[in-house]
Design a protein around this ligand. Structure first.
Ligand code: DGL
Length: 299
């Protein structure tokens, strides 16, 4: 396994998440960059990440990103807020390709949307406890009384089970979002890539005046800029890029039952190119990344 073959304009963009949530980002990337091949990895064997600690999530994120790099991607998109909170800086240091996370784009979208009222952020326990969003909002000048944060740990399993619109989901939304509604936020950051799938349930509880923002569209724009700056965008003038439709392929670390079914509903197209990899392969990829990192240190 080699970690450092130079990618070209026809190389895929790699996207990873713990499970289904990153599909919200994949969809935005596919819409923004329709010629690009996208390779998605969902760590369905180890989802959720949001209830796990920093060290564990970082170790998983290394393997997830390592798998994508070993398959020749030109850019890694960390389509998971928890992994972005705990591992983005680390991945940027160790990987041989650029890495984009979702927290910066989510913050930019929120700052563009707020009308001067309080801003809420919801996410997994890991993301909210990391304080990344709250720090970002404070750094942009919001006083503490304009920042409201809430952990919503049951949202991810509800999404992975395809329960949007269900009575159980409505109960969980009311339970978790009570303080957000009480704070009269004008903008709410969906700080987990799974949560846009619950957008309608959340909007129904908070009402039409609250702007719900997520990082997907903003991130897709950033990916476009990053690739253009490296001259790796698949566009006219790049060999083999003319008039092509980008391919979506999927790799999962466990069986794709619900992933294929729910994912197809969400993407609006069948998910048929799905491969599963064992955790032994994930570990091997992690070791390959260790060796790459070690060799890099010696040069
Ligand atoms: N979708 C991910 C996030 O944005 C991870 C959710 C989870 O696995 O807990 O945080």
């Amino acid at each position: 396994m080699r970690m450092n073959d130079a990618p070209g304009a026809r190389s895929p963009i790699g996207v990873f998440d713990s499970g289904l949530g990153g599909l919200t980002v994949l969809r935005a990337l596919h819409e923004r960059l329709p010629r690009e091949d996208l390779l998605y990895f969902g760590d369905t064997a180890r989802v959720p990440y949001g209830t796990k600690g920093e060290k564990t999530v970082r170790a998983f994120a290394r393997q997830d990103a390592g798998l994508l790099v070993a398959r020749g991607v030109k850019l890694v998109v960390v389509a998971c807020n928890t992994a972005s909170a705990f591992a983005l800086d680390h991945l940027r240091e160790v990987l041989p390709v650029p890495v984009l996370g979702v927290i910066g784009p989510g913050l930019r979208a929120a700052l563009a949307a707020t009308r001067g009222g309080p801003v809420g952020v919801i996410g997994t326990s890991g993301t909210i406890r990391s304080g990344r969003y709250q720090q970002g909002l404070a750094a942009a000048g919001l006083p503490a009384e304009r920042i409201v944060a809430a952990e919503c740990p049951l949202f991810v399993p509800l999404v992975e089970e395809g329960l949007e619109g269900n009575a159980m989901t409505r109960l969980a939304v009311a339970e978790y979002l009570r303080p957000v509604r009480a704070a009269a936020v004008d903008t709410l950051i969906l700080g987990c890539t799974h949560y846009p799938l619950l957008r309608q349930d959340i909007a129904a509880y908070l009402g039409p005046d609250v702007r719900l923002v997520d990082s997907a569209a903003e991130l897709a724009g950033a990916a476009c800029e990053e690739l253009a700056a490296m001259d790796l965008l698949c566009r006219d003038g790049q060999g083999g890029c003319e008039d092509r439709a980008g391919r979506l392929s999927f790799v999962l670390s466990d069986i794709p039952w619900k992933f294929a079914e729910i994912g197809a509903r969400f993407l609006g197209k069948p998910i048929d190119d799905v491969e599963t990899v064992g955790l032994d392969e994930m570990e091997a990829v992690g070791h390959a990344l260790d060796r790459y990192e070690h060799g890099k240190d010696q040069t």
